[in-house]
Ligand binder design. Structure first.
Ligand code: LLP
Length: 438
């Protein structure tokens, strides 16, 4: 069981005057300085999360690389931070390659995903020297083989394998490893395709260096991942026996969950990684396989807890015997997760964080949809216009999935580091809304 404060970034407290503080800075003051809706990321928490992954990976006897799933949230400042921390990037489009490079990311430490990569995605990856292309299907394999010829380049590839293993997540939309998935090669097809690639290794400009799985996002039980690793190792073993192939890289994806709500259990990353390490080491030992490089690609568990969304309270609607709505100045446009997945959040009033809750309300956004409800039920003091609502665990898949619905201006983003708050993404302006219009 968590307390609501433990869902916030590390270093969050309530000061003597009842104000929520993030690394010693009042959340309310940040809201006043930068305006709302505001996304605040604590850099120290991102580093702590990376280090938890690192500690887990240190147990591995082979080589290991931590990469970050950029789709969870990406901007130049984050790419800069992660590059400095020597974290690689899982990118899923030419756009993500571009943004990561803006922050100085080394393309050699990137791998490119996608179930329908465009020619632009593939050529951008080849031209910039992306480390590995994770091939998803045979059509892509053929296209990539031709492009490698055109560019006169040898391209390292992994095959994305769909092992037919289910994980429990918050929504079926985030399950990817089952047979009925748009992603990847089914297990037997993967073995077949890999075999053909290895048989033609002398003539093809594609070099099969690894296998990849990603079972889903926001799961809490790692046992299915261990089971899927076993299946991958079976494929690797048969390819070794038949073609003498040595698997250089093994990537079991990302997907480890985080607590969003005080009722959720804590989900430390280190024991999760330790479990994966054990599964790979034991599986390789049993099959007499050399240890591959182990690559992880978490997104949510690196950035979710580091982010806090701050909103200003506005209207209030009390429907006797039904529900009270407290409306804030953001919602569906900056966080579509409640509407998409029924995701549950909690919140507190940043300027009255020590006050006892007196009522249970629904927090509504301002957008023209009845489904624009950020939180179905949360216990709060009686919220007044001007109060600042702080929503924790806002760092992943919110801004990266945000929109301009109702011509909303996308929020500003601030990074907190060593007592200073720096604006890393400015709030959109009206001009931004028409910038592409002809
Ligand atoms: N690797 C691959 C191939 C992925 O597709 C994903 C996420 C990850 C790694 C990172 O997963 P994570 O560690 O962040 O769980 N919008 C949804 C989540 C979609 C996940 C997409 N793929 C949500 O808000 O819950």
């Amino acid at each position: 069981m968590n307390t609501i404060l433990s869902l916030f970034p590390n270093g969050t407290a309530v000061d003597a005057h009842g104000h929520l503080t993030l690394r010693g800075q009042r959340a309310g003051a940040l809201a006043e300085q930068f305006g709302t809706p505001l996304y605040v990321y604590d850099v120290g928490t991102i580093r702590d999360n990376i280090n938890a992954y690192r500690r887990g990976l240190e147990r591995y006897s082979g080589a290991a690389q931590l990469t970050y799933a950029s789709k969870a949230f990406l901007c130049t400042a984050l790419a800069r931070l992660l590059s400095r921390e020597k974290v690689g990037f899982d990118v899923a489009s030419a756009g993500e390659i571009f943004v990561a490079r803006q922050g100085g990311a080394n393309p050699a430490h990137m791998h490119l995903h996608g179930n329908n990569k465009t020619t632009l995605d593939l050529t951008t990856a080849l031209q910039s020297g992306v480390g590995q292309i994770v091939v998803d299907n045979t059509a892509e394999l053929d296209r990539l083989a031709a492009l490698a010829e055109t560019f006169d380049q040898t391209v390292n590839i992994w095959l994305r394998v769909t092992p037919g293993v289910a994980v429990q997540t918050h929504h079926q939309f985030t399950v990817t490893g089952t047979a009925d998935s748009k992603f990847g090669f089914p297990l037997d097809t993967a073995a077949d395709v890999a075999g053909k690639l290895l048989a033609r290794a002398q003539t093809l400009r594609l070099r099969l260096t690894g296998l990849h799985i990603h079972l889903g996002s926001h799961f809490h039980d790692a046992r299915p991942v261990a089971a899927a690793i076993e299946k991958l190792l079976d494929v690797a073993q048969s390819l070794r026996e038949e073609y003498g192939w040595a698997m250089q890289d093994l990537c079991p994806g990302g997907g480890w969950g985080v607590p969003y709500h005080p009722a959720d259990p804590p989900m430390p990353a280190e024991p999760f990684v330790a479990g994966l390490v054990q599964a790979v080491e034991n599986g390789c030992r049993r099959r007499n396989l050399p240890l591959p490089r182990l690559i992880l690609e978490p997104g949510r568990s690196v950035v979710a807890q580091a982010g806090v969304a701050l909103y200003t309270v506005g209207a209030r609607k009390e429907i006797a015997g039904v529900r009270t709505y407290v409306a804030v100045d953001g919602g569906l446009a900056d966080n579509p997760r409640p509407a998409l997945y029924g995701a549950k959040y909690s919140a507190l009033l940043a300027n009255r964080a020590a006050e006892a809750a007196v009522e249970t309300v629904a927090v509504a956004g301002p957008f023209c949809e009845s489904g624009d409800i950020l939180i179905q039920e949360v216990a709060l003091p009686r919220a007044q216009p001007g109060d600042i609502l702080a929503v924790p665990v806002a760092g992943a898949y919110q801004l990266s999935m945000s929109s301009n619905y109702n011509a909303a201006l996308r929020p500003a983003v601030v990074f907190l580091e060593q007592d200073s708050a720096s604006l890393v993404i400015r709030r959109e302006t009206f001009k931004d809304l028409v910038r592409r219009d002809q």
